[in-house]
Each structure stands twice: as structure tokens, then as C-alpha cells.
Ligand binder design. Structure first.
Ligand code: TYM
Length: 333
């Protein structure tokens, strides 16, 4: 059976970008694949989070995973730092990763541009840790959003390099995955790039956001002048609103507003109200479950413990194989 793996950093609450870029695919894959889904708390360390808020964020992402429908009976769900084999593989892979390729990585360049004061080694080797996450279970498919495409390419490079160096076919070449064939980039509400946890206030819509807040953010979302020529190309801000509709609204609703846009009779107020209503309807059942699950610390603890045990079993097999191949099998123990 093909193996699937993915993770999300506990750097804040999950938003619609995380859901439609990643989690939605996790749900569809867990019925017929061997799945591993984890909370990537080691990856969060690069930005020096406050320890208390990091551990509370781990709990909230775990609750959010379950509220979205991840099922511990079908998938192995764990916290990254509970599986020390990942850090071991990270160490072992580090010497296969070259400074030049790590420095060229887009996410590294973006991070150092934004945080000149905190250019640490963890940021530079972030793609190696991510490769360790994936290769530790020898996963084939990695459901992620478009922003992770380059990290997957680097993971494949490290896997191929390892296989080549040790003359074996040990690691598969993992592929970024989305059911719609294309990786998704959910736009933010401020008319700029993608929806993100650390973008400006009002850019992201969180799964647990109150109905009023969803409506207010959508009301404030950037628009552009209405079209004056039939069938004109949509400006990016309007394209973004239609893209969000594509995720949560019915085909008929989308067609209705497409037609209005194309005959120049569109009013953005009603479009935004409809979009807000459809997002509220989509998020409500998930939000209710998040609230319940977060209170159930015992259940969260049991799931994390079971997940760590299962993940460590699989991880151990890989580590053993890697150490044997690298000449690190102990001769004394
Ligand atoms: P992170 O925590 O930034 O995001 C988690 C997942 O959500 C997707 N995503 C989006 N997809 C579409 N549109 C958006 N606006 C959007 N914003 C976020 C991301 O693509 C991702 O799939 N490095 C990863 C976490 C990670 C990981 C891994 C993922 C660590 N190890 C191993 C896969 C496999 C990250 O920072 O994702």
C-alpha cells in the first residue's frame, strides 16, 4: 500500500489555506493509504516561539486535525518531537545537503528577507528536516499546498543522492500531491499573495473564527472597480474572491456571479455576503468540534501517545536500514 505523509506547523490556528491546500486531501487519502499526519513542532522552532504558546498550539492543531475528520483508527497521528528518530535521520541527511542548494531555496530567501535579525542554521536546513519527516516513513505521496513544491523537489534530490551514494533503492521519490492534479494556493483577503498565518491582520480566515469575524473580514476584503466591458479579465482581487467561492459555494452560486460579472451588472456587496455565508456554513461544524475536542485533554493525550508509538515503530525500521547502509551499525552493542 502506498504511504502518505504530511504535517502542519503549530504556529497558529488552521486557516482555509491549510484546509483546502492540505487537510482536505489528508481526509480523502486516509481510507485507502497508509497515512502519517503530524504536528511539525520542531519546524516551528526557527522563529523562537514562546515555549508555553508552542505547546498550547500543538494541542490546538491536534484538536483541529481531529475536528476536520482525521481518524486515529485509520491514520497515524503524532507530534513530531515525540519521534526522536526524525531528528536522528535529520542529522544523518545533513551531510548530503549542500550549502549552495539550501541557500537557493525560496522559503529560506523569503525568511531571511523578512527576519534579518534571526537567520539561524535551523532556517537554512529546514528542507533537510522536512526531508527527514518524509523519508523516515519512506512515504510516496505528500499532500501539501503549492508553497511546499520546492521542498518536495529537494526531498527527492536528497533521496536520490542517498540511494546513489549507497548503491541501493532504499528511499522512494516522494511526490507532492493534490486530488485535483494541481497543487492549490488559496489566496488571502488582502489582495496580495497566499492566505497565511503570519500575513497581515485580516488576510486569513481561520477554521475556528466566529461568524461575525468571518463576515467582517470578507466585507473588508480588497476589491477593484466593477467591469465596464462585457467578459473582461478579472483583476486579481476579484479573481481571489471567485477562487474562495470555488472552494465553498455551489456551482449554481458561482455561475450566477460569473454571469453578473460578465454582463457588467455585478455588485461586490452581495457577492461578499454570499461568500461569507458559504464560508460560515462550511466552518461551523468544524468549529463546534474543535471547541469540544480542545476540552478533552485526556483523549488528545491518548491519541498522541498511540500515534507516537506507531510512528516510532515505522521510523525505527528506516533508521536501522539507513545506519546499516551508512556503516553506522554498532559493532559493540
Ligand atoms: P505550513 O504549516 O506552513 O502549512 C501547512 C500546510 O498548509 C498548506 N498551505 C496552503 N495551501 C494552499 N494555500 C495556502 N494559502 C496555504 N497556506 C498553507 C501548506 O502548503 C502545507 O501543506 N513545511 C511545512 C510543514 C511540514 C511538512 C513536512 C509538510 C514540515 N514537514 C513534511 C509535508 C511533509 C509548512 O511549513 O507548512
Amino acid at each position: 500500500m502506498e504511504k502518505v505523509l504530511s504535517g502542519i506547523r503549530p504556529t497558529g490556528y488552521l486557516h482555509l489555506g491549510n484546509y483546502f491546500g492540505a487537510v482536505k486531501n489528508f481526509l480523502a487519502l486516509q481510507d485507502n493509504h497508509e497515512c502519517f499526519f503530524f504536528v511539525a513542532n520542531l519546524h516551528a522552532l526557527t522563529t523562537h516561539p514562546d515555549p508555553l504558546s508552542l505547546s498550547s498550539s500543538v494541542k490546538s492543531v491536534l484538536a483541529e486535525y481531529l475536528a476536520c475528520g482525521l481518524d486515529p483508527e485509520k491514520s497515524t497521528i503524532y507530534i513530531q518531537s515525540d519521534v526522536p528518530e526524525i531528528s536522528e535521520l535529520y542529522t544523518l541527511l545533513n551531510s548530503l545537503a549542500y550549502k549552495g542548494e539550501l541557500e537557493k531555496c525560496t522559503s529560506f530567501k523569503e525568511k531571511i528577507r523578512k527576519h534579518e535579525e534571526n537567520i539561524n542554521a535551523g532556517l537554512l536546513t529546514y528542507p533537510v528536516l522536512m526531508a527527514a519527516d518524509i523519508l523516515i516513513h519512506r512515504a510516496h505521496k505528500v499532500p501539501v499546498g503549492k508553497d511546499q513544491e520546492q521542498h518536495l523537489e529537494m526531498t527527492r534530490n536528497f533521496a536520490v543522492r542517498f540511494n546513489h551514494r549507497y548503491g541501493v533503492d532504499f528511499f522512494p521519490e516522494p511526490q507532492a500531491f493534490n486530488f485535483s492534479q494541481q497543487l492549490v494556493k488559496v489566496p488571502g483577503l488582502d489582495g496580495s499573495g497566499k492566505m497565511g498565518k503570519s500575513e497581515a491582520e485580516g488576510n486569513a480566515l481561520f477554521l475556528r473564527e466566529s461568524n461575525e469575524s468571518i463576515i467582517n473580514k470578507i466585507k473588508k476584503a480588497k476589491t477593484a472597480p466593477s467591469p465596464t466591458e462585457p467578459n473582461s479579465v478579472k483583476p486579481i482581487e476579484i479573481e481571489n474572491l471567485f477562487m474562495l467561492m470555488g472552494l465553498v459555494s455551489s456551482k449554481e452560486t458561482i455561475q450566477y456571479f460569473e454571469d453578473k460579472y460578465n454582463d457588467c451588472s455585478i455588485q461586490y456587496g452581495p457577492l461578499k455576503m454570499q461568500l461569507a455565508e458559504d464560508i460560515v456554513k462550511f466552518a461551523l461544524p468544524i468549529k463546534e468540534k474543535i471547541v469540544d475536542l480542545e476540552k478533552n485533554t485526556d483523549l488528545l493525550g491518548k491519541i498522541a501517545k498511540l500515534g507516537a508509538e506507531k510512528a516510532r515503530e515505522s521510523a525505527n525500521e528506516t533508521i536501522k536500514g539507513v545506519k546499516n547502509l551508512m556503516g553506522l551499525k554498532s559493532i559493540w552493542l
